[in-house]
Ligand binder design. Structure first.
Ligand code: BTN
Length: 248
């Protein structure tokens, strides 16, 4: 994978720019990076707070030749790549909250948003693999609605890391695991996620559409879904949904 980083000062969302580029035929491996996003997006329609120079706000254009059932592992491998790289850079342990939130301690440090677009009849033609990593906590702190949830590398470690160097290390880690996924080597990706899984053994409430499921998490399944065991001892693997409560 030859990454090509295209840098912007300010964008609405790096996902928007990457989508325009993809639609006009840009190659796989292009990375849209911005110093500031005015409408950064998170999963489940949430906003992603992306102040100027406070973190890495990036979207990688990927064109994985894989069926939809394998794509669930893509956001997971991205969060694993971020988690292991940040851990190496800071010496501090990170964990993953299914499906793809990266935590340091009890707060979220990074998030991943993958948006797939299908143009051809053959299936997915490109994936916009976006990630945000909070490097510093802005003056005055995070906005009230995320103040208790979010953290940054600086807040956790007292140190500032070099954003450019960290991004390049994340991209190297990501390329290595992405190539594994393309070769069908799913097990090592799932195992890496499992070794950092912060939900395993916890009691979890999962929202899937309008429904709420409850159970004890048994970790992450082979296809990357969340394994929950309900009160009757029945195990199910959920391939989508939002963990709305868990005991940590
Ligand atoms: C989440 O945890 O909800 C996902 C957050 C993803 C944020 C990144 S920042 C770069 C890219 N552009 C966006 O608008 N969102 C993603």
């Amino acid at each position: 994978m030859n990454w090509k980083i295209v840098e912007f000062d300010q964008v609405t969302s790096t996902q928007d720019i990457a989508r325009q580029l993809a639609r006009s035929g840009e190659e796989e491996g292009t990375v849209v990076l911005a110093r500031h996003q005015t409408s950064g997006r998170g999963r489940q329609g949430r906003a992603w707070y992306s102040p100027r120079d406070a973190g890495i706000w990036a979207t990688c254009l990927l064109k994985p030749d894989l069926g939809a059932e394998h794509l669930l592992l893509l956001p997971i491998l991205i969060s694993v790549s971020i988690a292991s790289t940040v851990e190496e850079a800071t010496g501090r342990k990170t964990s993953i909250k299914w499906p793809n939130d990266v935590y340091m301690g009890t707060r979220k440090l990074a998030g991943v948003l993958c948006e797939a677009e299908t143009i051809s009849e053959r299936g997915t033609s490109f994936v916009l693999a976006g990630f945000g990593v909070n490097l510093i906590t802005p003056q005055g702190g995070f906005p009230e609605e995320i103040a208790d949830l979010a953290t940054s590398v600086e807040s956790e470690t007292g140190e500032r890391v070099d954003a450019d160097r960290l991004l390049r290390s994340i991209l190297t880690a990501l390329a290595e695991r992405y190539e594994k996924l393309l070769r069908g080597e799913r097990e090592s990706i799932v195992n890496e996620a499992l070794s950092r899984d912060m939900l395993k053994g916890s009691f979890v409430k999962l929202r899937v559409g309008e429904r709420i499921y409850e159970g004890r998490s048994e970790g992450i399944g082979r296809s990357g879904g969340l394994l929950l065991v309900d009160n009757e001892g029945k195990e199910s693997e959920f391939v989508s949904g939002e963990v709305i409560e868990f005991n940590y």
